[in-house]
Design a binder for this molecule. Sequence first.
Ligand code: ATP
Ligand code: MG
Length: 386
Amino acid sequence: MAKKASNYLTLRESRKIIRYNLKQMKYYEKLKRRKRAAEEYTTVMRDEGNLLEIEGLKTCFFTDSGTVMSVNGVTFDVPKNKVVGVVGESGCGKSVTSLSIMQLVQAPQGQIVDGQIRFNSESLGRDEEGRKLAYDIVRMPTQEMYSIRGKDITMIFQEPMTSLNPVFTIGSQLDEVAFLMNPKATKEEAKAQSIEMLKKVGISMPEHTYDCYPHELSGGMRQRVMIAMALAGNPKLIIADEPTTALDVTIQAQILELLRELQKSQGCSIMLITHDLGVIAEMADEVVIMYAGRVIERGTAQEIFHSPLHPYTVGLQKSKPLITSKAGEPLYSIPGQVPNPINLPDTCYFRNRCDRCVQKCGEKYPPDIRVTDTHTVACWLYGEEE
Ligand SMILES: Nc1ncnc2c1ncn2[C@@H]1O[C@H](COP(=O)(O)OP(=O)(O)OP(=O)(O)O)[C@@H](O)[C@H]1O
Ligand SMILES: [Mg+2]
């Protein structure tokens, strides 16, 4: 008989993984169901100028082929009134990071196993030492999460057609949000608010659109409806997960402009997820670059665009089409592939695709090296461990 390929699991290995997964899922689900006192899920902000602080976040999926470390120790901040762009190639954990913030990771196989997500809520005061209190979303019971999800933190999903219910009119879906924000509102008040929201996001015939079903609207209009829904409760943080990927370039520009205007007028923060560097250049104040579930570089938009440091960020910049590029010249693409998220090594994940490797890259995963006050990079080329 031919020798078995090494990347196939034996029956024994497969059973072992299933047993391990069941044990882990049971453990984390039990932790979630446990009654918790408010002190267990309140913490203090490191900097009160931040709206959200993510520290060492680890989210994994217990799958039949092994544990997928989708988010593997992500740390970054979202300051108040700022747009933070999160960039990275497909599968690097951008959506799982945002779902972790909303406590919407697909359970029981998906679990947040470590880290803190601190949300600077206005409703929490200060502790005895005068430090600003915050919610720790990782440890927050689901029942408590309802008080901030959809109100203080909202999300705009990538594909509006799958997020809107096809059997209800736009009006009834918007009214539902209005009732959630104000349960005592009458039907007329909810309708007036919904129409007001549709006007705000630039829909020219709001009364007509109110009675339409999602399939009767164009992609751009549906995305505007999604933005209207997200803005209904005056949120502090909007997570926009690739809000313009399904749209053509002109509509994309309009939607981005709208988001920027609303962010300025409402004074909220946006966490903008995308793999389009052009969108980031136009919108973001700060940029976080992710690779295989980790943050590899972060800094202000100026720093990331004018002095990118990590070889992956430099590669991303090079792979962007430019108006000055010569016709017929092939676009640069980073060679190789992202490593398998199961059993990731403790060395730099970009090592096999990097042309500037040093010996240290194959020995240990690089720490975050601080280059300026706002710019950090996880690469051995820029320093040693502190
Ligand atoms: N429900 C799930 N079960 C198992 N693995 C999952 C699940 N959801 C996500 N993953 C894995 O987590 C990793 C990160 O996925 P994620 O959706 O966050 O990528 P992404 O950066 O948002 O990519 P894209 O740009 O394509 O949206 C991927 O390797 C994916 O296979
Ligand atoms: Mg995604």
